[in-house]
Design a protein around this ligand. Structure first.
Ligand code: NAP
Length: 291
């Protein structure tokens, strides 16, 4: 087992190849389910014309098809009413061929996203955003775990990092990334600190982290001097730079000289998020829950 005091510069945690291996394994599971007469089905709902959302949705539906799942997309324009979306979700909840329902966020401003997410049957909530699933995670009960935090955990485990007893610092406290990831790390017996925009002297905290996760949405927020030598650094952020390139929340070039492990952006957490979505949907089809 590798320790966090690994040799420098950092080893790259290649989410792209781990995701490809995960999808290959899932494809076999899909085939086995199809032989039992169940084809796992994912349905995605998107509203409005956010270009990034359209790319994410296309990638998710394509990935589902590629492993043999049934995949369906409902696209609405930005003027769609909340009632129309709720009606669609209700119909999908009742459709036995649909095992996973994903509503791509953000929804247009006039729609109450929380109400829409709560309308999804928890067993089909493959994003794991329903309060029933977030509550189950909090209570350490079976449920659907949000995809990005689950993908982060798989990357940390893939590094061979010992988690128990280590100090994990998560920057960001959103319901979809920071908070659920902190819970997952806690379940694995890490000592967890959550930082956010009101945390003073953040550097003094991040420097103690054996596992450091940045889920903020600020390009290159995490610099080398904020990182403990040998730490495992997971970069969730996706930020568009003025030159059009993508950057994470971590200053990759400087941090890789200090960290033991580091995820790149792109090619780190992003592909694992999609792989975990497929896994959640497959588990839903198999009547299981992620753990
Ligand atoms: P979010 O809801 O905007 O939350 C951002 C969090 O960062 C908040 O808790 C905020 O604190 C905190 N924060 C903001 N500025 C900070 C600062 N200067 N220092 C410390 N903390 C700060 O974002 P999110 O949905 O969690 O997403 C975070 C990033 O991950 C985004 O770039 C998003 O695009 C990306 N993302 C990537 C994937 C993927 O698959 N790779 C999936 C989901 C999200 P407050 O709570 O105090 O405001």
């Amino acid at each position: 087992m590798l320790d966090c005091a690994a040799s420098m510069p950092a080893q790259i945690l290649d989410g792209k190849s781990l995701a490809a291996a995960t999808r290959a394994a899932l494809k076999h599971r899909v085939e086995a389910l199809v032989q039992r007469g169940v084809r796992p089905g994912l349905t995605v709902i998107i509203a409005g014309d956010n270009p990034a959302s359209k790319v994410y949705v296309r990638n998710k539906t394509l990935a589902a098809k590629e492993i043999g799942m049934r995949s369906e997309l409902f696209e609405y324009n930005k003027d769609v009413s909340e009632a129309q979306i709720l009606q669609r979700v209700a119909a999908l909840n009742d459709n036995r061929e649909v095992h996973g329902i994903l509503v791509q966020l953000p929804l247009p401003r006039h729609i109450d996203s929380a109400r829409v997410l709560e309308s999804i049957a928890p067993a089909k909530d493959v994003d794991g955003f329903h309060q029933a699933n977030l509550g189950a995670l909090m209570a350490g009960r079976p449920g659907v775990v949000p995809c990005t935090p689950l993908g982060c955990m798989r990357l940390i485990e893939h590094a061979g990092m010992q988690i128990a007893g280590r100090h994990a610092v998560v920057i960001g406290r959103s319901n979809i990334v920071g908070k659920p990831l902190a819970m997952l790390l806690l379940q694995k017996d890490a000592t967890v600190t959550i930082c956010h925009s009101k945390t003073p002297s953040i550097e003094a905290i991040t420097k103690q982290a054996d596992i450091l996760v940045a889920a903020v949405g600020r390009a290159k927020l995490v610099t080398a001097r904020m990182v403990k030598p040998g730490a495992c650094v997971i970069d969730v952020g996706i930020n568009r730079l003025p030159d059009g390139k993508l950057a994470g929340d971590v200053d990759f070039d400087s941090v890789k000289e200090v960290a033991g492990w580091i995820t790149p952006v792109p090619g780190g957490v992003g592909p694992m998020t999609i792989a975990m979505l497929l896994e959640n949907c497959l588990n839903a089809a198999a009547g299981e829950s992620a753990s």
